[in-house]
Design a protein around this ligand. Sequence first.
Ligand SMILES: [Fe+2]
Ligand SMILES: [Fe+2]
Length: 166
Amino acid sequence: MAGIKSFDDLFLHTLKDVYYAERQILKALPKMAKAAEDPQLREAFMTHRDQTQQHIERLQEVFEALGKRAQGVTCEAINGLIEECEELLEEAPQPSAVRDAGLIASAQAIEHYEIARYGTLAAWAKQTGQKEVTSLLEQTLGEEKETDVLLTKIGVVNGKNRQAAA
Ligand SMILES: [Fe+2]
Ligand SMILES: [Fe+2]
C-alpha cells in the first residue's frame, strides 16, 4: 500500500484491486460451472461469467475516464476466496447437492467481496461528483447484488431438494 497519499491514490488503488479480482473471477467461474451438478446453478455461473466480462470492460472505461492505464494489483482477499472454493472441490470431488451448497457459499462470499468494493468505489465517485464513473460502478454493483439474490434462491431450492432426498 506504499504510495497512497491522496484520496485519488486510494481510489485508484481500490480500482486496481477490483480489476485484478474481476479477472481472477472470470477464470474461476467456468470451473465453478463445470463443477456444479444443478443445471440452474451451472447456468447462473455461466451467465455471471458473461457479466464479469462486462464488469472488466466497465472498469477499463473507468480507468479511461480517469486518464489512467487499466492495471491490476494483486488482491490477496480474492485469491483466498477462490482458493477456498478450489479446496472445497478437492475435498468433495463428486458432484452432489452438498457440493453445490458449498459452491453457492463460495460464490456468495465472492459476490459479497465485490459488493463491498463496488459499493465503496461508487460512493467515493458520487461524493466527488464523477457522474460517468459513478454510473459505471453502480451498474456493476447492481449486477453483483442481483447475482447474490439469485444464488440465495438457488440455494434455498437446493436445500429443499436435499431435505427431500434425505
Ligand atoms: Fe464482477
Ligand atoms: Fe460477481
